[in-house]
Ligand binder design. Structure first.
Ligand SMILES: *Cc1c(COP(=O)(O)O)cnc(C)c1O
Length: 425
């Protein structure tokens, strides 16, 4: 936030201003290891916090239901053109409020209530909106779900094909929220084509890696690509849908008027800025460094005896099964948070424990890489993870407190050496 704007907030509402300042300090002083999070640049932050929030713009550029769109039409067109160029897509819609509504739009565009749809199950690494039972997508549609193999922790496309041939889904989702391995978009496309299904690639987690050339692209394979803009793509909280020419109209109609009213124009501005940043050569370096950092961290964890789902990672994300360490995901995540290492507890495939108290810990390197951290820092993070998890697994609470306090101090020393984008400039 600009200095003047912060001063205005400070005098108008010191309570909220103090909370924002506290969150800035928390983000500066902790290691953000949650793989779906990142730090946006000061430019994205500035674009997002503007008077664009004041404007209603139901419709699309040149076809609006409100007057006064002289500027907004240019802005949305700019964001759309940048998205199309960056991903190499025929069509882009930048209006979805977030990843979940973007996925709903894909259903609404190509399926009707009660139709059979297919996605990866949530405990195996899929997203809620890929047909999981507690999601609207699992109750309004007849959702069938594919898994990962128990022995490899990886998707088996032969099993996906068998299920698709037996169930004949209208649409197939690929992609997910806890998948540490490369997604075979061509393989999914072959299955979808064989059964006459529409293929939706949800690249929410990996969009930044895709545009940076560090993960294969779904463009040319998937009919519809959905993504959030706030994970590895490093934009504001929001989403986009990229489609072939064939699905352009159905997707636009599904987003508005199918699901939403006015687009969040301040978010559109932030997305446009983030897409501009992602088109710079430095972003390619960033994406490759995210993957290189994850490989080093995985290596360090494996050397320390951690059990990683699928045996490692190809991307930005690591999923640890803590069973062999003698502690569950939640107590480990809570101890790590106290020590300044922010992760999230997560189910692992075939988890015998409950979703609210599962066996796994999910982490990733996008945010630390945005702060400029590299291999030496990843090795230190691996050591801290090991030390805190070991102490959390023990029964000596004084020992745990001592380890947490020592690691907290070391983390603070490290974070002090790496500026926080958007906060320190
Ligand atoms: C994060 C995520 C979403 C949902 O995004 P929200 O913005 O939280 O609604 C959808 N799909 C996948 C694969 C995700 O990782």
């Amino acid at each position: 936030m600009t200095t003047n704007a912060r001063a205005a907030l400070q005098s108008a509402d010191p309570e909220v201003a103090a909370l924002i300042t506290a969150e800035e300090e928390r983000q500066q002083q902790t290691l953000k290891l949650i793989p779906s999070e990142n730090y946006v640049s000061a430019a994205v932050l500035e674009a997002t916090g503007t008077v664009l929030t004041n404007k209603y713009s139901e419709g699309y550029p040149g076809r609006r239901y409100y007057e006064g769109q002289q500027v907004i039409d240019q802005l949305e067109t700019l964001a759309v053109e940048r998205a199309k160029a960056l991903f190499g897509a025929d069509h882009a819609n930048v209006q979805p409020y977030s990843g979940s509504p973007a996925n709903l739009a894909a259903y609404l565009a190509v399926a009707s209530a009660g139709d059979t749809v297919m996605g990866m199950s949530l405990p195996m690494g899929g997203h809620l909106t890929h047909g999981w039972k507690v999601s609207a997508t699992g109750t309004w549609f007849r959702a069938v779900q594919y898994d990962v193999r128990r022995d490899t922790g990886r998707i088996d496309l032969d099993q996906v094909r068998e299920l698709a041939l037996a169930e004949r889904p209208k649409l197939i989702f690929c992609g997910g929220t806890a998948i540490p391995r490369t997604i075979d978009f061509a393989g999914f496309a072959a299955v979808a084509q064989e059964v006459g299904a529409v293929l939706v690639a949800d690249i929410a987690h990996i969009a930044g890696l895709v545009v940076g050339g560090a993960h294969p692209t779904p463009i040319g394979h998937a009919d519809i690509v959905t993504t959030t803009t706030h994970k590895t793509l490093r934009g504001p909280r929001g989403a986009m849908i990229l489609t072939t020419e064939e699905y352009a109209k159905p997707i636009d109609k599904a987003v508005f008027p199918g699901l939403q009213g006015g687009p969040h124009n301040h978010t559109t501005a932030g997305i446009a800025v983030a897409l501009g940043e992602a088109a710079q050569p430095e972003f390619k370096d960033y994406a490759h460094q995210v993957v290189a950092n994850a490989a080093v961290l995985a290596d360090e964890l494996l050397a320390r005896g951690f059990d990683l789902v699928s045996g490692g990672t190809d991307n930005h994300l690591i999923l640890i099964d803590l069973t062999s360490k003698g502690v569950a995901g939640k107590p480990a995540a809570k101890a790590l948070d106290l020590a300044g290492l922010e992760t999230n507890y997560n189910t692992v495939p075939y988890d015998p424990r409950k979703p609210f108290d599962p066996s796994g810990l999910r982490l990733g390197t996008p945010a630390l890489t945005s702060r400029g951290m590299g291999e030496p820092e990843m090795r230190e993070v691996g050591r801290w993870l090991d030390e805190v998890v070991a102490a959390a697994a023990g029964s000596d609470s004084d020992e745990l407190d001592a380890v947490v306090a020592r690691v907290r101090g070391e983390v603070t020393e490290l974070t002090g050496r790496f500026p926080t984008p958007g906060v320190d400039g």
